[in-house]
Ligand binder design. Structure first.
Ligand SMILES: Nc1ncnc2c1ncn2[C@@H]1O[C@H](COP(=O)(O)OP(=O)(O)O)[C@@H](O)[C@H]1O
Ligand SMILES: [Mg+2]
Length: 227
C-alpha cells in the first residue's frame, strides 16, 4: 500500500540528512507504529507519503503509484486517499465542529444532502457528537483531537497517517484516542501512527518500526521496542 524504497531526504538549507536509505513496505490493512526520538525523521517520512516533500534519492509508492510521477490535480487526488492527523488539531477557528467537517465534505464534492448523516456518524465514531455546535476554542485538547481525527476520516480514506496524535494528551485521553485508531484499523484502513509514547505502543501490540537519526534500525512484528 505504501512503499518507501531506499529513500533518503536531505533538507538542503541546513544540509540535514533527515532520512537515510529507508526501506519500508506497509501492506494494505496494516497498523504500524513509527517510533523514534524527536528529530529521528518520523514527520519527514509521513510527509513523503503525502508528497509534501520529495525524496532526495529513492522512491515512494502509494497504491502502486510512484509519487514522483504525480503532478497538479493528481497530487490533490492522491492526498484524498490519505487522512492526516497532526499533533496540533489545526481546526478552522471561526467554524463550529460540524462546519469544520462540512468544509471537508464540500471540498470532496459530497452531496450536501448527505452531510448531516456523515457528520453525525463520524462524530459518533470519535465520541463527541454532543459537541457538534461548539467552536474549537470551546473544546478540550482531547476533544479537539477527536475532531481532527473525524476530519481526517470523514472522506473514508483507505490510509490514515497520524503524527504524534496523542502528544498533547494526558494518558487517559491518549488511550481513548488510540481506541479510535484501533476502530479505524478494524474498519479496514491502513494506519501509521508516529509516536514516542511507549505506553501507546504497549497498549496495542502491532508492528513497530524504529527510526534513529534518519535510519530504520528495527522492524518488529510484536509491539515491543527499544529506542
Ligand atoms: N524543514 C526542515 N528544514 C530543515 N531541517 C529539517 C526540517 N524539518 C525537519 N528537519 C530536520 O530533519 C530531522 C528529522 O526531523 P523530523 O522528521 O521532524 O523528525 P521527528 O518527526 O522524528 O521529530 C531533524 O534533524 C530536523 O531538525
Ligand atoms: Mg515529528
Amino acid at each position: 500500500m505504501i512503499h518507501f524504497h531506499r529513500v533518503s531526504v536531505e533538507y538542503p538549507r541546513t544540509k540535514t540528512m533527515a532520512l537515510y536509505n529507508v526501506n519500508l513496505e506497509v501492506k494494505k490493512g496494516e497498523f504500524v507504529f513509527l517510533v523514534g526520538h524527536s528529530g529521528a525523521g518520523k514527520s519527514t517520512l509521513l510527509g513523503l507519503a503525502l508528497k509534501r516533500l520529495e525524496p532526495t534519492s529513492g522512491a515512494v509508492y502509494v497504491a502502486g503509484q510512484n509519487l514522483a510521477n504525480l503532478r497538479g490535480n493528481r497530487v490533490a487526488l492522491h492526498r484524498r486517499n490519505i487522512g492526516m492527523v497532526f499533533q496540533d488539531h489545526r481546526l478552522l477557528a471561526d467554524l463550529t465542529v460540524e462546519e469544520n467537517l462540512a468544509f471537508i465534505l464540500r471540498v470532496l464534492g459530497v452531496d450536501p444532502r448527505e452531510w448531516k448523516k456523515r457528520i453525525v456518524r463520524v462524530l459518533r465514531t470519535v465520541g463527541i457528537v454532543h459537541k457538534r455546535r461548539a467552536y474549537p476554542y470551546q473544546l478540550s485538547v482531547g476533544e479537539a483531537q477527536r475532531v481532527a481525527i473525524a476530519r481526517a476520516i470523514i472522506g473514508r480514506p483507505p490510509i490514515v497517517l497520524a503524527d504524534e496524535p496523542t502528544g498533547n494528551l494526558d494518558p487517559e485521553n491518549a488511550v481513548q484516542v488510540l481506541e479510535i485508531f484501533k476502530a479505524i484499523h478494524a474498519s479496514g484502513a491502513t494506519v501509521i501512527i508516529a509516536t514516542h509514547s511507549r505506553e501507546l505502543v504497549e497498549a496495542y501490540p502491532q508492528r513497530v518500526v524504529v527510526l534513529r537519526s534518519g535510519q530504520l534500525v528495527r522492524d518488529e512484528k510484536t509491539g515491543t521496542y527499544a529506542l
